[in-house]
Design a protein around this ligand. Structure first.
Ligand code: SAM
Ligand code: FES
Length: 359
């Protein structure tokens, strides 16, 4: 195992565009156990330290609407679910984003279901107001939009966008995503790049009926996209969805091994320790920060809406408010001997692109 690990590590760090490992090689890493597994985490952590450093970027996630036009098979806010719906008014979103900045979030991530009430005009005016108020960076995560809309978001000051491809297995994608095609999602990622927005994508780990080989392919697919940010998290079965009752992976370490492998294959990407890891294990986000991640996304949604945005059960922080989460996050990061990053936290990839453009 050790030779494979060190080859991967050095190879990708110095020439990120060179070939990726094969599916069997990734499978071998996913199957590591015991001491070998600990070595995998240590290698990912060491590489993270060398490439993106010890500073952790804190991005506040503001879940501003749980209306959704889509009926994804896994999601707690799906169209046909029985959840009470809410929408935050544009002014309320802007005020909360500015508040999040005072809690130490240099980026605010605006996330919602696929909610057409937030037209491109409405979203652009929200983004513009937040940027004008001095928030260093804004990320949108509002589902698939047209190339023209993405260009308007960029012009309004949207720096980044999160849109997971969820699974690279086309058959599984069709089963759990009745309203969208895989090709359309991936096209949207390309359109984001053309609009000069930093692209974040990823997948759910451990979807029912996804084999270990599918997981290996997801890791390779994400790595081939050459992303600015890779956002992945465990699939957690929501009881009120068609996938309710499906079990978690038996080997819980697979969730963490996936994150470590992603770091080894993507030395320069931002990798968040996503909220769902804390639903899996109370120390989950800390563990992910110790096996390759360098971003933490505290919830900055006003307390009264949190219980209504439960994409999966056991979601952490639903009884806290933004100030409590921001304070908790500072403690968690300091407890790991890390520090909070300054500045907007743009990806290394986008910074090199900007440097090349200036030459
Ligand atoms: N509407 C936007 C979109 O489709 O990208 C953003 C909101 S969507 C609810 C955010 C992410 O939540 C999805 O990309 C999905 O991976 C994750 N998610 C939803 N249900 C989940 C579940 N049961 N377990 C784990 N993650 C889930
Ligand atoms: Fe919300 Fe810890 S991040 S309480």
């Amino acid at each position: 195992m050790q030779p494979l690990l060190s080859i991967l590590q050095q190879f990708r760090e110095h020439s990120p565009r060179t070939e990726l490992p094969s599916v069997p090689e990734v499978l071998a890493l996913l199957r590591l156990q015991g001491d070998d597994c600990a070595k995998l985490y240590a290698a990912a952590d060491k590489l993270r330290q060398r490439t993106v450093g010890d500073a952790v970027h804190v991005r506040g996630i503001l879940e501003f609407s749980n209306y959704c036009a889509n009926d994804c098979g896994y999601c707690g806010i799906r169209r046909s679910g029985g959840v009470t719906r809410y929408r935050m008014a544009p002014d309320e979103i802007v005020t909360q984003a500015i508040q999040a900045r005072t809690w130490g979030c240099n980026t605010v991530v605006l996330q919602s279901g696929a909610d057409p009430w937030y037209t491109v005009e409405r979203l652009c005016s929200i983004v513009r107001a937040i940027r004008l108020a001095g928030v260093p960076a804004v990320t949108l995560s509002v589902g698939v939009r047209t190339a023209a809309e993405l260009r308007q978001f960029a012009a309004a000051g949207c720096d980044r966008y999160l849109l997971r491809f969820e699974t690279s297995n086309r058959r599984l994608f069709r089963q759990i995503h009745p309203d969208e095609t895989f090709a359309r999602r991936v096209q949207c990622l390309e359109d984001l790049r053309s609009a000069r927005i930093q692209v974040g994508s990823g997948f759910m780990i451990g979807l029912p009926d996804a084999s270990l080989a599918t997981l290996a392919r997801d890791i390779l697919f994400a790595s081939r996209l050459d992303l600015d940010m890779i956002g992945c998290g465990p699939f957690l079965a929501h009881p009120d969805t068609p996938l309710g009752g499906k079990p978690q992976l038996e080997d819980r370490e697979i969730y963490f091994k996936t994150m470590a492998i992603l770091r080894l294959l993507n030395p320069r990407a931002h990798i968040p320790a996503t909220t769902a890891f804390d639903a899996l294990d109370p120390n989950g986000r800390n563990r992910v920060l110790q096996c390759g991640a360098n971003v933490f996304m505290p919830n900055v949604t006003p307390g009264k809406y949190r219980r209504l945005y439960q994409l999966y059960p056991n979601k952490p922080c639903v009884d806290e408010d933004g100030a409590a989460c921001a304070c908790c996050v500072r403690g968690r990061i300091a407890g790991l001997g890390r520090r909070i990053a300054d500045g907007p936290g743009h990806s290394l990839r986008s910074q090199s692109r900007a440097k090349t453009a200036r030459r």
